[in-house]
Design a protein around this ligand. Structure first.
Ligand SMILES: Nc1ncnc2c1ncn2[C@@H]1O[C@H](COP(=O)(O)OP(=O)(O)O)[C@@H](O)[C@H]1O
Ligand SMILES: [Mg+2]
Length: 427
């Protein structure tokens, strides 16, 4: 059988290597994930007796990352014939090569129960030979060692064990740097790639990266150049990814937040509130689209028309288009203060600081399908004063479109109900 695949030459070496550890750092958009997915499909189809487990720290995030990459690669490579070559199952997530029975399964290391599940992996045929740890910087060294221990014992002649790790090098003090990069080891292949090595990246992506270089040099080093850096000064830490209910009735209240964008992302978030916690149920996150193209996408994503949709106040025309389409779109009302203080008030609320004298414990739960919201949460940071090295109370204005939608969407919950003052004539 001949399969036509499109690949980036930068990954030729890691794809061919038989070393035990393939450690791939790189900028966002360098093509690591797509290459890895494609590579494993080919390897498992060619080499009988190999089986792969894909690891994310949080098991549920596999569905929208490793599993989505692998199924996407299968359809890219085989088109509508993908089903002939791979049996693709959703629950539990699993891919099985029809010709040789090789399998791909998915696991997490979030808690002891998930760690225990790692120890009891078995396959229909052959042993566990391959591990892909996606976003490997999320994982603790102890968890890596549990995984590493799983690849032991004699293999048939010609077989080998291999662990491949893919990640953005977010923290220069990370154990991955110490263990794999700072200490030479003949069993390790370290690899570096950037978006500039990816021939499939479009011009708009290049333009966004150029902009990042200017307004966020610290972030650009990590996410643009793929160099070890430091994501300090994170704005929100009280969030986590969880498989939250998609039933609107399960929440005390529902609202929508929207930040308009064309060159920036246009971000729409469906939000729920329950007790003091905030829930991000769904996201619509697109670049380079007109309002008339985004509206059908929002409808398809199930963004409801009978709930308030809080939008960026700077673009009344777009709000009008959404209203005409039947959505309850309205502008957020900015307090009479500076943009800086306005954002700070919203951020305080998101953290649970309701007033100076009233703080509630608040967690922001994010559904795993909201991958762009998660990406933004991971790197939304305070600006740093380059001279003093201190963080300022102003966010870095880059890749913050879902964060803006999040700030807007909480408008009604954040602001106390308006008290109309009859002596001044009310409304
Ligand atoms: N082999 C490929 N074929 C087609 N498009 C690709 C390929 N590799 C990368 N791309 C494009 O580049 C983008 C970024 O690749 P991705 O693997 O997600 O990068 P990374 O994981 O390094 O952040 C993809 O969304 C896709 O559009
Ligand atoms: Mg990736």
């Amino acid at each position: 059988m001949n399969v036509t695949i499109q690949a980036n030459p930068i990954f030729r070496e890691p794809d061919r290597s038989r070393l035990r550890y393939i450690v791939m750092k790189g900028s966002a958009g360098s093509g690591k994930s797509m290459d890895t997915a494609q590579h494993y499909l080919l390897r498992l189809m060619q080499d009988k007796g190999r089986n792969l487990v894909c690891i994310r720290k949080s098991d549920i995030t596999n569905r929208d990352s490793t599993y989505a990459e692998l199924t996407g690669a299968a359809y890219r490579m085989f088109g509508d014939k993908a089903d002939r070559f791979w049996s693709i199952k959703q629950s539990p997530l699993q891919l099985t090569c029809r010709a040789n029975g090789n399998q791909i399964i998915f696991r997490g290391v979030n808690d002891d129960r998930q760690r225990e599940k790692l120890k009891s992996i078995t396959f229909q045929r052959g042993k566990l030979t391959d591990v892909w740890i996606e976003e490997a910087t999320e994982i603790a060294q102890a968890d890596f060692e549990i995984i590493d221990d799983r690849l032991r014992g004699e293999l048939p002649a010609g077989q080998f064990y291999q662990i491949r790790m893919t990640f953005n090098p977010v923290n220069q003090n990370h154990w991955i740097k110490r263990v794999f990069f700072d200490t030479p080891d003949p069993n390790v292949l370290t690899h570096h790639s950037t978006y500039l090595d990816n021939r499939f990246i479009d011009a708009a992506y290049h333009a966004r990266m150029e902009r990042r270089k200017e307004i966020d040099p610290e972030g650009y080093r990590i996410y643009g150049l793929g160099e070890w850096g430091e994501v300090g000064g994170l704005i929100l830490r009280n969030w986590r990814v969880e498989d939250i209910s998609q039933e609107l009735a399960d929440y005390d209240d529902i609202a929508i937040g929207q930040d308009f964008g064309f060159n920036h992302a246009n971000a729409i978030l469906l939000l729920g509130m329950k007790d003091d916690n905030l829930y991000v149920l769904r996201e619509v996150y697109v670049f380079g689209k007109e309002t008339s193209e985004i509206i059908p996408l929002a409808i398809e994503a199930g963004i409801p028309k009978n709930r308030l949709m809080w939008c960026d106040s700077a673009e009344p025309d777009r709000i009008k288009s959404w209203r005409t389409a039947g959505f309850m779109a309205r502008p957020v009302r900015k307090e009479h203060t500076t943009e800086k203080k306005y954002q700070a008030a919203q951020i305080d609320w998101l953290k649970g600081i309701i007033r100076k004298d009233l703080v509630v414990p608040r967690t922001i739960f994010v559904h795993p399908s909201c991958v762009n919201t998660v990406k933004e949460l991971q790197q939304w940071r305070w600006k740093k004063d380059e001279k003093t090295g201190l963080y300022l109370d102003e966010p870095v204005p880059f890749q913050d479109d879902a964060m803006a939608a999040l700030r807007y969407g909480t408008e009604k919950w954040r602001k106390p109900p308006v008290r109309y003052n009859s002596t001044k004539g009310g409304i």
